[in-house]
Write a protein that binds this ligand. Structure first.
Ligand code: ADP
Ligand code: TRP
Length: 321
């Protein structure tokens, strides 16, 4: 089974990215052939600062490796090191109805927010389909917001196969329902573009301040809180603390007697300890930029070998070779 996922280097990674995409992907690397990449071509639709793109790309490579991506098991590369993906995007684009792309939620959300659309933003799902199909992918672990993109990928693969004969593998998505949507500091979906993130790695003081700044209601500590399970700090605590410990805090909050300040302090401690090992590993890796570059270069060689066979097959099927 081949498992593939990508993360766009358009900012610093947060715990929504971690629980929604990275941790499932890292767990899956023992269940099949893992293909994980940094989607720097996609980041062109969101970011026009070249230096920032390089910095985010390097940072995300460090994040993945620190969080447990094992380059001996997983193929790990930078998307733009395999420009063949753009050729497959073109081929798929010629079979993709405009109407399908016009219905893409992420495109509609972005234009609704006032981002003026260009061809790249419109074609984003076609490039993502090419990412997936170029490697004969079976399974795509992603957060819920990417589900539609994987469905569109399936449509494109099926359309190609109907038009030119069985050629492309039709993938499935994998979404962990319990962490499908990690809430941000404001209770909305945590996202790099909403300014409501808790970073995976960051400065202790800044992150403590963010977590202690979580907005709660004005009920006194003594008051019982029957809605304790919906409390934002409790929801976040469930991600980091053992289940019994999180439940204990929830029960204490429900009964009354636990102040929000103490709850947030506990949340910060659990969050900070949760990533302690990864944080130490990340600073070791950061001290050796040559290592990270070497991993990505080696990954690109392996990814290219897989891509070449699919692209040759696809070109033959549609009469380009
Ligand atoms: P962002 O919204 O912060 O820009 P991306 O779109 O780059 O995040 O998402 C990278 C991966 O992380 C995707 O698989 C996405 O589904 C997942 N992801 C992002 N935000 C969340 C969240 N709040 N909860 C769960 N998964 C998320
Ligand atoms: N669009 C994805 C995101 O914003 C990133 C991505 C690009 C991706 N290509 C992919 C994810 C292929 C899975 C498979 O999160």
């Amino acid at each position: 089974m081949r498992i593939l996922t990508g993360i766009t280097p358009s900012g610093t990674l947060h715990i929504g990215n971690y629980f929604g995409a990275m941790r499932p992907a890292i767990e899956l690397q023992t269940r099949g052939e893992a293909f994980y990449f940094i989607a720097d071509y996609h980041s062109l639709t969101a970011l026009t600062d070249a230096e920032a793109r390089r910095r985010y790309t390097h940072g995300i490579a460090l994040d993945w490796l620190a969080c447990g991506l094992d380059p001996a098991r997983a193929v790990f590369w930078r998307q733009s090191d395999i420009p063949e993906v753009c050729e497959l995007m073109w081929i798929l684009g010629t079979l993709t109805p405009m109407g399908l792309l016009e219905r893409a939620h992420s495109y509609k959300d972005k234009t609704a927010k006032g981002i003026s659309p260009n061809f790249g933003l419109f074609a984003y799902p076609v490039l993502m389909a090419a990412d997936i199909l170029l490697y004969d992918t079976n399974l795509v672990p992603v957060g819920r917001d990417q589900k539609q993109h994987v469905e569109m990928t399936r449509d494109m693969a099926i359309k190609f196969n109907q038009t030119y004969g069985e050629t492309l593998v039709v993938p499935e998505h994998e979404i962990r329902e319990n962490v499908a949507l990690v809430p941000g500091l404001d209770g909305q979906k945590m996202s790099k573009s909403y300014g409501n993130t808790i970073e995976i790695f960051g400065e202790e003081k800044t992150l403590r301040k963010k977590i202690m700044g979580l907005v709660m209601d004005s009920r006194t500590p003594a008051e019982p809180k029957p809605d304790a399970d919906k409390n934002l700090a409790i929801q976040l605590l469930r991600l980091f603390a053992p289940a019994e410990a999180a439940l204990d805090f929830e029960n204490r909050l429900r009964a009354g007697g636990l102040g929000y300040g103490d709850l947030k302090k506990a949340l910060f401690e659990h969050y900070w300890n949760y990533f302690a090992t990864a944080r130490a590993r990340r600073s070791e890796l950061a001290a050796d930029p040559g290592y990270v570059e070497g991993v990505l270069r080696d990954g690109a060689l392996r990814a290219r070998a897989a891509a070449a066979s699919v692209l040759t097959r696809t070109r033959k099927a549609c009469g380009l070779a």
